[in-house]
Design a protein around this ligand. Sequence first.
Ligand SMILES: NC(=O)C1=CN([C@@H]2O[C@H](COP(=O)(O)OP(=O)(O)OC[C@H]3O[C@@H](n4cnc5c(N)ncnc54)[C@H](OP(=O)(O)O)[C@@H]3O)[C@@H](O)[C@H]2O)C=CC1
Ligand SMILES: O=C(O)[C@@H]1CCC=N1
Length: 261
Amino acid sequence: MKITILGAGNMGGAIACGLAVNGSAQPQDITVIDHKGKNVPRLREVSEDINVVVADYSSLSTADILIIAVKPWMVEEVLKTHKALLENPKQLIVSVAAVVTLAQLQEWTSPHQPVFRVVPNTAIAVRQSMTYIASQNADKEQREQVFRIFSQLGKVEFVEEKLIPAITSLTSCGIAFAFRYIRAAMEGGIEMGVYPDQAKDAVLQTLRGAIDLLEANGNHPEAEIDKVTTAGGITIKGLNEMEHAGFTSAVIKGLKASNIK
Ligand SMILES: NC(=O)C1=CN([C@@H]2O[C@H](COP(=O)(O)OP(=O)(O)OC[C@H]3O[C@@H](n4cnc5c(N)ncnc54)[C@H](OP(=O)(O)O)[C@@H]3O)[C@@H](O)[C@H]2O)C=CC1
Ligand SMILES: O=C(O)[C@@H]1CCC=N1
């Protein structure tokens, strides 16, 4: 199965590296198209075997799966520019572009082309993405093919397209929100006299523990919070202060601001 990845930036590069390092695809079956060549050294550093080409679009005609990883506003242009190479009606067109819809992908390819809208996040670089997939005109086997690729790179779920904007906010943007929490907690630690690296380790291990607890017991987060908040104790003082400053409201407002339909 031949895969061409169009765009070798954060997403395209991470998908290529993830698949190559993991060994789930033969490196010679993956072609990454970088249009100016600036990403070639970075990809080569990860694996000498990744087939990176510069502005050579010939593999578009032979790929079984085309993964489009350019900026959203470029998707229409690249599909239209290379339309003559995209003649295989069974080729799976997979776009990771955040706001490009299945209807648009359909319009820019052909009416019965199997098209996929995939929502990863940057943790795909360490094969820990939360990835959602919606599809149109794809049969079960084609959906499984795309599922198999992305399940090498983290956790995958199929969703209806109408949920994609909200899911994108929670996961693709959400990873940045999580980093901002980590940074804020580190800054608090530093103000209290903890060294930055020590603060980072403390916050990361605490978050890992929180995730493992929720995954192990399936509890609602509030049930775990109840176990921490001793009546009259110190945790509730901190939590209430955070809520007075609008913590929950700020998170919800941020998620909704990123929920672009
Ligand atoms: N970053 C993220 O967290 C997420 C991104 N996405 C989506 O992934 C897509 C890619 O984003 P990201 O990887 O961050 O962006 P990047 O800018 O890192 O990567 C895009 C790449 O496409 C290249 N490119 C542009 N035009 C062409 C062309 N004609 N042929 C070949 N390559 C081309 C760019 O090259 P150059 O820079 O040299 O012009 C660049 O390397 C976007 O549509 C985004 O919405 C989805 C979920 C999360
Ligand atoms: O901020 C963005 O637009 C892209 C899409 C989701 C994450 N990054």
